[in-house]
Write a protein that binds this ligand. Structure first.
Ligand SMILES: [Zn+2]
Ligand SMILES: [Zn+2]
Length: 399
């Protein structure tokens, strides 16, 4: 066992205690009042940290190391979801209708553990380590955007990293991927305005259901006919509501959907392509429409050299048998906001195991984590912080 591993193992009970406290007291985005107070109080018990509140419900801990080096930002998200927990363990949610069903309780415990480890060795730490406990990841426009745009958090940051636990990856595993990692989750809201009437006399109406059905079908032609097969685009219409009964053609139909891609260029193109189809189909059949297109988080594109360093850290710290190159996912993440300002990479730590019944998907009312993943997370974050801050770690010249 390495010296680092021994220190992480010694933290085990504390990590579990932090995580279970947070799990019992979940709060949704922008309302993390007690959560952020708890984090603030725990960080203030650690020597050498400067702890502040950049926004109402986020917390920042800054450690100035004893040696020269880079400024590194480590990020954990702290918010929960509006889900009623169906787990039955003694630390299940005490807040009815709110649940840590994405693992952010674990992320917070991992960053608290990392802060503790670094604060105990401040003299040996190179550079400056900023640890941001970010509010509101789950709801757009997201807490990251607020921190990046409205606070000086990113001023002088050389590189940023963060992790997400992943229940579909075995506990103890670390997965990193250079380049495109997570998609942009954009949203469309469409009203098709027809002309209602008797179901027996469609010729006197403009049937918004018939038009809407063609819109849904034709939108898929964008994916299959307008976009290169080598690019990735998802257009999903997930809501289609119209009508009241069997013999009345309704006046209008309401549709909602999500548009996802890794490519910033494709993301720019998508609204035009989508509106062209909607307009064309509606015009052809005499309907009109109202389209609202809302951009969500940017695609999360990892900086290659940072991902390479994280891979090297994983190979050295958890070993090749616990490392894999992760697959990209069409899910979204507001970690991408930090990457607008500094190079960085986001990675996954496995949290699923059969023994702890923790293979449920994220956002499921039975979601939980194998708590062994907390130790893997601290080990990775601690080692990554030191490696990225170390001026001896060579990075490609930027320009
Ligand atoms: Zn989530
Ligand atoms: Zn999450």
């Amino acid at each position: 066992m390495t010296a680092t591993q021994e220190r992480v193992t010694a933290l085990r009970e504390q990590l579990v205690a932090w995580r279970r406290h947070l799990h019992m007291h979940p709060e949704v985005g922008f309302a993390e009042v007690q959560t952020s107070q708890y984090i603030f109080d725990e960080l203030n018990k650690m020597p050498g940290l400067t702890v502040t509140r950049p926004t109402k419900t986020s917390v920042l801990a800054v450690l100035k190391g004893g040696k020269p080096g880079r400024t590194v930002l480590l990020r954990a998200d702290i918010d929960a979801l509006p889900i009623t927990e169906e787990n039955d363990f003694e630390f299940k949610s005490q807040n009815e209708g709110v649940m840590h069903a994405c693992g952010h309780d674990g992320h917070t415990a991992i960053l608290l553990g990392t802060a503790r480890m670094l604060s105990e060795q401040a003299q040996d730490v190179p550079g400056e380590i900023r640890m941001i406990f970010q509010h509101a990841e789950e709801f757009g426009p997201g807490g990251a955007e607020e921190l990046v745009m409205d606070t000086p958090l990113m001023d002088g940051v050389d590189v940023v990293t963060g992790l997400h636990l992943n229940s579909q990856l075995p506990a103890g595993m670390v997965a990193v991927k250079p380049g495109a990692f997570m998609a942009s989750p954009d949203m469309i809201e469409l009203t098709i305005q027809g002309k209602g009437g008797h179901g027996a006399h469609p010729e006197e109406t403009v049937d918004p259901i018939a038009v809407g059905a063609q819109v849904v079908t034709n939108l898929q032609h964008i994916v299959s006919r307008n976009i290169s097969a080598l690019d990735s685009l998802v257009v999903t219409i997930a809501k289609f509501q119209a009508g009241t009964t069997h013999n009345v053609i309704p006046d209008s139909a309401e549709l909602m959907g999500t548009v996802r891609t890794f490519s910033p260029e494709l993301r720019e193109q998508a609204p035009k392509l989508i509106e062209r189809v909607i307009k064309g189909v509606c015009d052809a059949h005499g309907a009109s429409y109202n389209l609202r297109y809302e951009f969500g988080y940017r695609p999360l594109i990892n900086t290659d050299w940072v991902a390479d360093i994280l891979r090297d850290v994983a190979l050295a710290e958890v070993g090749p048998e616990h490392f894999q190159v992760s697959k990209p996912t069409m899910g979204g993440e507001d970690f991408s906001a930090y990457l607008e300002k500094a190079p960085g990479a986001y990675f996954n730590v496995g949290s699923g195991s059969d023994t702890s019944d923790s293979r449920w998907p994220h956002h499921h009312p039975r979601f939980t984590i194998d708590e062994q993943s907390l130790e893997t997370g601290v080990h990775m974050m601690h080692a990554a912080a030191l490696k990225l801050a170390d001026p001896a770690t060579t990075v490609p010249q930027q320009g």
